[in-house]
Each structure stands twice: as C-alpha cells, then as structure tokens.
Design a protein around this ligand. Structure first.
Ligand SMILES: [Zn+2]
Length: 320
C-alpha cells in the first residue's frame, strides 16, 4: 500500500493564473520599487521554509534574489474580501524563492503569512487572508540561499473597511464539475482498496488524495486544459510532483511521477490529454501509483482551502 506523507499545512501559495489575476482590481497605481537587499536588516529565521508540507519543494538554489516590484492591487478592501499582493522577484539563478509576509495591524498583532516558495522572474499574485477591519502594514521578506540573501521590501499600507450593509455574504460555491475531461492515467489502473481512498488513515494524518495503482511508466496526462503551476520534488513525501491549475480554477496534484519524467514546465499551458509525466514511485511510496489530489479553491492558496474527495470526478473522467 502506498505510504504517503501528508500534512494539511495551511499554506498560502501565490497564484499566477489568469483567474488569480482577475482578482486584481483595476488599480492604476504604479509599482513601488523597493530597492532590493538591505544589509542592515537582520536575517530572518525563515519560518515556513524547509518543506515540511506534502509537496513543498526542498531544493534551495543559488542566485541572489531581488524584489523588483511589489504593490497591493488595492490599498483598501472591505471586510470579507481578500487583498491581493503583486510581487515580482528577479533572480539570476533558480526558479523560486521562499517568501514570508508580515501583516501588522495598527495597535494589534502581526500575522505572519508563509506563501511558501514562489516562482521568480515573473509577476506573481499572492492573495492575503481575510482580515478584520483596521489599518495594516504589509511587509514582504524573501529568503535566498543564505542569510546574506534575505531581503525585505518596503511597507505597504492596507486598510480594511467594515461592511456598510450587514447581510452576510454567501460563500462562493465550488465551480461545477466539468462534464468533459480525460482520465489522468493512460493505461490500466486500479483505484485500490480502502487505504487508497481520500480520507484514509495515515500515520499522523489523513490521506488527502486518491491513489491509483498502475504500471510504472504509464503516461500521466492533464484531465483538463490549464496551466502548470509547479513541477517540484519532495524526497520524503510527494516525490516528483506536478501542480496543474485547470481553466475552471481547480488545482490538481499528480505525485510520485518518475524522477526525470516531467514533460511540462511551470507556466506552460496544456490541453486535456497532454502528457504531464510518467507514473512512478518516487518519494514516500511503496510501489508505482499516481497520488491525485483535487483542490477546487486552489492548492494551499489560503488557510481555508482544502482538497476534496476526487474519486467521483475521476469516475466521471473514466466514463468519458
Ligand atoms: Zn496517496
């Protein structure tokens, strides 16, 4: 039986997709240049680094990062809405850096947000958490390969206004399940037994996906068209894994692919049926299988996002 190491870390990951970009309000304010590293800033211990989460990249690459742009999509939001922060981190080497965001409330506590590793050399959108009404100072910190590469951006001011009306907003329902799409494994597979199911017990945690057992080397394909968010490796968990954001906003995780089998790169657009990788057994896995997760509201995009049981959707794709 596959041994998956899963933790439900409430990590905020940034979104780089059009869907996330659509959250940006039409603010015309210019990007605030922040000037890069400040040697007088003390090194931050880097809470949130280290890849304790299932699927968190562990590799640290060299190359001094630079915070080349940061701005809030809007300096004012209403209670219940989430502000979006746009950052661009340039780096000569490496494809991602560890980021932490401090949100200090005037006369109150500071919330430390760990979006995890974010992709460099392109503008990225980070959705901040829902905040209570008040004034906040938002600071972005970047952790490079060493303490010398730790830099901190300038302070961004954010105001959260109380709601004028008092009607509670209904929560956004998950997008309807697509009737189209293809099954993620090309070839013979099995859904396994009870232990392969979403919600099955694992030592110290709950299984967050569906395992599908198949022969090593079977093509793993995109069930829906979308954009690749992450191609990463986690030796003690997901192994070689890929995160795909479908055009309907769903994030899908494909774990334990063969090590060098990734056929796509972050940012690459794929069509349904395009190959992502080959079925394997990398990471914490006791045999060839695909570990598949479905996150309707984004893979660890905010503390509230959670995966759902993907089996009903997988069965729909299997019937197509
Ligand atoms: Zn699994």
């Amino acid at each position: 039986m596959p041994l998956d190491v899963l933790t439900n870390m409430n990590r905020l990951l940034l979104s780089s997709t059009a869907a996330a970009a659509a959250l940006l309000l039409t603010s015309a304010s210019a990007f605030a240049s922040t000037g890069g590293a400040d040697p007088n800033q003390p090194a931050d211990p880097g809470e949130g680094s280290g890849g304790a989460g299932y699927g968190a990249p562990l590799v640290t690459l060299p190359g001094k990062p630079r915070l080349s742009a940061q701005k809030l999509s809007s300096s004012t939001v209403k209670v219940g809405s989430r502000a979006s922060l746009v950052v661009r981190i340039n780096r000569s080497k490496g494809t991602s850096v560890q980021v932490k965001i401090a949100i200090a409330r005037s006369g109150g506590k500071t919330i430390n947000y760990s979006p995890g590793r974010i992709t460099t050399n392109r503008s990225q959108v980070i959705r901040l958490p829902k905040l209570t009404a008040g004034s906040y100072r938002v600071t972005v910190s970047i952790f490079g390969a060493s303490a010398q590469e730790t830099i901190r951006g300038g302070v961004l001011k954010l105001t959260v206004k109380p709601k004028s009306g008092s009607k509670p907003k209904p929560t956004t329902p998950s997008p309807p399940a697509p009737s189209s799409g293809v099954f993620p494994i090309r070839g013979a597979y099995s859904f396994g037994g009870a232990g392969a199911r979403f919600g099955a017990g694992r030592p110290g945690h709950i299984h967050q996906g569906q395992d599908m057992i198949g022969s090593s080397g079977l093509p793993i394909v995109a069930p829906l068209a979308g954009e690749v968010r992450y191609v990463a490796y986690q030796g003690d968990g997901a192994g070689r894994y890929i995160i795909l954001r479908a055009n309907n906003g769903w994030d899908m995780m494909f774990a334990h692919c063969q090590y060098a089998s990734a056929a796509v790169k972050p940012g690459e657009r794929v069509r349904a049926g395009d190959r992502l990788c080959l079925l394997g057994s990398t990471g914490a896995s006791s045999g060839p299988h695909l570990h598949f997760e479905l996150w309707p509201d984004g893979w660890r995009d905010s503390p509230g996002t959670k995966p759902i049981d993907p089996l009903p959707q997988l069965k729909k794709w299997a019937a197509n």
